[in-house]
Ligand binder design. Structure first.
Ligand code: SF4
Length: 369
């Protein structure tokens, strides 16, 4: 059986990369703006040097696919407000810890003595709750369609075990409405999408059908290695040359057209689509977030602890252009704070914090471009 290294080597093979780059150059593409939706794809593009590999006519526009980056400040303030309650243990994923809220961050609050835990899996919440029966354990749930099933599995477990001290603060968001919002913006012209493989492995490709049909743009679901990305660009160019605008799967080793039906069923069992959710940079987007169904309101931190949560929208620091980057209007190097006042060690905005953030990717890899 192939080792993990051998498995990935095939998709990082220099000769394959060069052959694909040459094949793309031979297609002599005209100007083309491709949005790579996922922050993981942004990192591959920066790490492997898009300028050296692809014709300059192909422009990558970074999309709103970093789950930490798109959470607006007021929801981080809500997490901080909950963490400041003596009867609460606040639990979340690691990247969330350093994202600045209005005046603090979760990591600063933890340094100040608040009980805030980082977990790698939502299921870790079950043990934390069992070990602290006198506390209300609030899971600050973030992520796209990829991680929503894991939160749904937590909800199921909590209900089955009749655990009474777990609440969920829901921040799960949906990719297609955000891409629609990007396409509907008058100041951004996207001609094709490289869609996130992990999200589509759960949802299936049907979620992009409206986007393709309404806006006549090719959507290629891509893996996260350089060979994957180049093949995806090649597939987009083939569609353009043939005058087609379809959903196609490059990442066939992980994605099926129908997605993961078991995960989909779990999500629809416990969650419903919100009327609207506010995204950093994109503002309110209708039907773009998930909430617990009303019948599970007993687990909903926004219902049970509503009186403790600040709700007024909060804008980013006046210098930070994270919002513009997430909308595909600007690049990180256009921010006056980039690499100066704002670095991964001292982030001013969410896009510099997360390992999937565009500013973080530019800062990490710009020296090898
Ligand atoms: S460099 Fe920092 S301040 Fe500027 S947009 Fe990125 S995260 Fe915001």
């Amino acid at each position: 059986m192939a080792s993990t290294f051998e498995w990935f080597r095939e998709f990082r093979d220099v000769r394959k990369i060069e052959a694909l780059a040459a094949a793309i150059a031979d297609m002599r593409p005209g100007p083309l703006s491709v949005m790579e939706v996922c922050g993981g794809h942004t990192h591959v593009i920066m790490r492997y040097g898009r300028n050296q590999l692809l014709p300059t006519a192909i422009r990558f526009v970074h999309g709103p696919g970093c789950p930490v980056c798109i959470i607006p400040k007021e929801r981080i303030d809500q997490a901080i407000a909950l963490a400041r309650c003596d009867d609460v243990v606040l639990v979340t994923l690691a990247d969330m810890m350093r994202v600045p809220g209005s005046s603090s961050s979760l990591i600063r609050e933890r340094a100040g003595g608040r009980d805030i835990r980082m977990v790698y899996s939502p299921m870790d919440v079950v043990k934390i709750a069992a070990d602290a029966p006198e506390k209300q354990v609030v899971y600050f749930a973030i992520g796209f369609e990829t991680t929503a099933p894991l939160t749904a599995a937590l909800v199921q477990t909590v209900l089955e075990r009749h655990t009474e001290n777990v609440l969920i603060h829901m921040n799960h968001v949906l990719v297609p409405p955000a891409l629609d919002a990007v396409m509907d913006a008058e100041d951004v012209a996207i001609e094709a999408f490289i869609a996130p493989g992990h999200v589509t492995a759960i949802t299936g490709t049907g979620i992009y059908r409206d986007l393709c049909e309404r806006h006549r743009v090719p959507v290629v679901v891509s893996g996260f290695e350089p060979v994957d990305m180049l093949q995806s660009v090649q597939m987009i160019l083939e569609q353009r040359a043939a005058g087609r605008a379809e959903v196609a799967i490059q990442y066939t080793r992980a994605v099926r057209p129908e997605g993961n039906r078991k995960a989909q069923a779990l999500v629809s069992q416990y969650f419903t689509v919100r009327d609207s959710f506010r995204w950093r940079g994109l503002g309110e987007i209708p039907a773009s977030g998930l909430a617990l169904k009303p019948e599970y309101g007993c687990l909903d931190a926004e219902v049970r602890l509503a009186d403790r949560l600040p709700v007024a929208p909060v804008n980013d620091h006046r210098v930070c252009i994270c919002g513009e980057i997430l909308r595909g209007r600007q690049e990180p190097t256009q921010c006056p704070a980039f690499g100066r006042a704002c670095t991964p060690g001292n982030p001013m905005g969410a896009c510099m914090v997360s390992s999937e953030g565009a500013c973080h990717a530019y800062f990490t890899y710009q020296q090898v471009r």
